[in-house]
Design a protein around this ligand. Structure first.
Ligand code: CUK
Ligand code: CUA
Length: 768
């Protein structure tokens, strides 16, 4: 009891930040809450390890596959707070992904054989590496169903490129990068002919093929270069996961397979199903590939082109010592290379062992040409016992392995037993086990597949959540479970439901390695990373209508958005016109996003500060189509609106002028001007506060001040218009412009106050 009290008071004093002397009250409170919520001391400890106080940041950022949702999920560790869903293979309206023309072009790169696809089955994200460690620049992810790879730039967490594998008909073992991201590796899964035509299944052995693709990554451009990429042809063995060699094994890669039986199913014809035929042999094959040599052979022209893509045929690979096979136990799944590159850990789904292969022994066997024979395609097979380092009994259904910061310590997911086993692959012994809820697939340790893993936390990516959360219908959320691995025994800390399935692999990077931007350079096409030709400056907004020789007309809008108006606010078109709207966000303030949605046209844009986006559609129906900003961006956000007016063909207007709703007088005008002058005094005070301090030392404040200066400039312009109208006795327009003058002042004040708060919170100093 005494010990319990001590732990509690320790917890309270650290968690609530109270001195020991005043801890008694908080301790009483804590005990009350624990009792009311049925929490144990262990729970409180776990909470203290994950709870991130308001405004706090996480130590790691995880990128998780969103499975068949075709997205990537970004969350923080240890708080397990979801920060973003990145639209990758699937349109995502909040981000405008798949809605603006710029991102539609990215998704269109992923069309397969003329078919536009709106989902992907994402499995394995990979962070770009430099010298075998995450560099935080790019993220890659594969689509298993449609053999594609996407490139996401971690400067803005946006998908920039999708490449389609022109040979494969499915692609699982990727994306995995080589230690300097020279290549992004993906392996095919279900064998199929490389060509797109029909080939009967009785030619499976001869014409169906697997393969491993090495996508050349051009880091300067930040894009994959398909023309310099290649496939190493492989037998139809149903290749599964891959991993790149590193350090000792740099230049090599490893891919396993689960159906070297080459079985073809046909359950409906009375044949035993695939699952029986693909698990009948005791062993399958690990493919050991010298990718550096393969790349050299391709460069020397030793490959051939199929569907316009470089292929290194099996016979050329064998002749040049590029590909070898190693038997591995029954239907394996994961293959993971140790941080030093010396060991390769393979887990057999139907075997209770993990098999640790020695790269050194593999090289020795290859050098000595000590082969156990050849497979039907002439590929040399290395004798299993000669290249095996050890086998360890870890539990039933081992799948994937991640590495700890501690030497030789690894964690393997155990699917059937719903466990994580911690074991030592050097000494070949089990160290600890923990139960998982339920049926774990992959698991992720912090930077756990690099040359320098961080340890600390492990996340179990579970297939089933069953009874772990409040029920929400037959489709359950997925369950990511956070485990503390800093001690001798693993400790379960937290369950995080994810309403996007299915989590396959995830990678976690130290958060301070990421340096994302908060705004784009002005007029930026974020998808091509270049200035948009449609960039529009303040005051240069215009709408043009041009018709071609066939009488087809296009209304093209070069517009801007800034708090709190869309310019233009009225767009006119004739029925049948193509409408192109380009919008540039003029804001520079952090997080000042505007949206753009329009009635009835499937238009929803996200326009982040500095970005230029476009939408194109045919106005095929006459009518009135309101549009508005979809982000609550200021007090007058609801007024951020406009109309697309589509006139019937040949429509003649009766009167060409717009009539105002309310009528204003001289008194209204003067009252507004008085308000504006008072507001200006407030602004002047804020300006005096800022300029009296070293605000130039704070880039965030400098950006806010620039923005505020812009707004104040607009205010001046509106004031001039108001005064000119008043001078002419046009109090109607004088009042409206005086009001607009005030709107700009409000925005200036808003920015100024934000800057002031920032300076106060960041200890700015008064300067002389
Ligand atoms: S796979 Cu899903 S649990 Cu695609 Cu890496 Cu193993
Ligand atoms: Cu912009 Cu609401």
């Amino acid at each position: 009891m005494k010990r319990k009290k001590r732990i509690l008071s320790l917890l309270v004093s650290t968690a609530v930040g109270l001195a020991i002397s005043s801890g008694a009250f908080a301790q009483g409170q804590l005990e009350k809450i624990m009792k009311a919520r049925g929490l144990t001391q262990k729970d409180i400890l776990a909470a203290a390890k994950t709870y991130t106080p308001t405004g706090g940041r996480d130590e790691y950022l995880a990128f998780a596959s969103g499975g068949q949702s075709g997205q990537v999920i970004v969350y923080g560790i240890p708080s397990m707070r979801i920060l973003k869903y990145i639209g990758v293979f699937t349109p995502e309206p909040w981000q405008g992904y798949g809605f603006d023309d710029e991102s539609k072009a990215v998704l269109a790169q992923g069309d397969v054989r003329g078919q536009h696809l709106t989902y992907g089955d994402t499995h394995h994200p990979a962070i770009s590496e430099t010298n075998g460690d995450y560099d935080g620049q790019y993220l890659f992810i594969n689509d298993k169903a449609n053999p594609r790879v996407a490139v996401i730039d971690l400067k803005d967490f946006e998908t920039k490129q999708i490449v389609v594998n022109p040979l494969f008909k499915s692609q699982h073992g990727g994306a995995f990068v080589t230690p300097n991201t020279e290549y992004v590796i993906t392996a095919s899964q279900y064998p199929a002919p490389y060509e797109n035509g029909y080939v009967p299944l009785d030619q499976f052995n001869e014409k169906y093929r697997g393969g491993i693709t090495y996508w050349k990554f051009d880091r300067k451009k930040g894009r994959i270069d398909p023309s310099k990429s290649f496939v190493v042809e492989a037998p139809p063995y149903s290749q599964d996961l891959s991993d790149a060699g590193k350090l000792a094994s740099d230049g090599w890669s490893f891919t396993n397979s689960f159906c070297s039986e080459r079985y073809v199913g046909g359950i409906e014809r009375g044949r035993p199903p695939f699952e029986a035929g693909c698990s009948s042999k005791d062993t399958d094959f690990l493919h050991v590939i010298n990718w550096r040599k393969a790349a050299k052979l391709i460069a020397e022209g030793k490959g051939k082109k199929i569907n316009g893509f470089n292929v290194l045929p099996i016979d050329v690979a064998v002749k040049n010592g590029v590909m070898f096979l190693v038997p591995e136990p029954k239907s394996p799944h994961g293959v993971d290379v140790s941080p030093d590159g010396k060991y390769i850990i393979v887990s057999g789904k139907l075997d209770s062992h993990t098999s640790v292969y020695s790269f050194d022994k593999i090289m020795k066997a290859i050098k000595a040409k000590k082969f156990a024979g050849k497979d039907p395609y002439g590929i040399p097979i290395l004798p299993m016992k000669d290249v095996l380092h050890t086998q360890v009994q870890v539990g039933l259904g081992p799948l994937h392995t991640q590495f700890d910061a501690k030497k030789c310590v690894v964690y393997t997911s155990i699917y059937v037993d719903s466990m994580v086993t911690k074991w030592d692959y050097c000494a070949g012994k089990v160290l600890d086990q923990i139960h998982i809820h339920y049926n774990i697939g992959h698991l992720m340790a912090m930077e756990g597949d690099t040359e320098h893993p961080d340890g600390k936390y492990l996340v179990a990516l579970n297939k089933l959540s069953i009874d772990r959360f409040n029920p929400v219908g037959p489709l359950h959320p997925q369950n990511h479970q956070l485990i503390d691995i800093s001690g001798k025994k693993m400790q379960l800390l937290y369950d995080m439901p994810i309403p996007l399935g299915e989590p396959h692999y995830a990678v976690a990077i130290k958060a301070d390695k990421l340096k994302p931007e908060v705004r784009y350079r002005s007029g930026w096409n974020s998808r091509t990373d270049s200035r948009s030709p449609y960039k529009t400056r303040a005051g240069r907004e215009k709408t043009e209508r041009h018709c071609d020789a066939d009488g087809k007309c296009t209304v093209e809008v070069f517009g801007t958005v800034i708090r709190s108006h869309i310019n233009p606010e009225i767009i006119e078109a004739e029925q049948g016109d193509t409408v192109k709207i380009h919008l540039t966000n003029l804001e520079r303030a952090e997080d000042e996003v505007h949206g753009f949605a329009m009635y009835g046209h499937n238009v929803q844009l996200s326009i982040e500060p500095g970005k230029t986006v476009s939408t194109t559609f045919v106005a095929d129906q006459e009518g009135v189509f309101p549009y508005y900003c979809t982000e609550f961006c200021s007090a007058l956000h609801l007024e951020m609106e406009g109309y697309l007016l589509v006139k019937p063909k040949g429509y003649k207007a009766e009167k060409a002028s717009l009539k105002a709703g309310t009528v204003y007088t001289k008194a209204d005008y003067e009252k507004q001007v008085a308000t504006n002058l008072k507001t200006q005094k407030v602004i002047d005070q804020v300006v005096a506060f800022i300029t009296a301090r070293n605000f130039k030392d704070f880039p965030t404040v400098v950006a806010l001040v620039e923005d505020a200066t812009d707004q104040l400039g607009f205010a001046k312009g509106a004031r001039e218009k108001a005064e000119a109208a008043a001078a002419k006795g046009d109090y109607q327009n004088a009042m409206l412009w005086a009001n607009q003058w005030w709107q700009y002042q409000v925005k200036t004040a808003d920015l100024g106050l934000r800057a002031k708060t920032y300076l106060e919170e960041h200890g700015a100093k008064v300067v002389k």
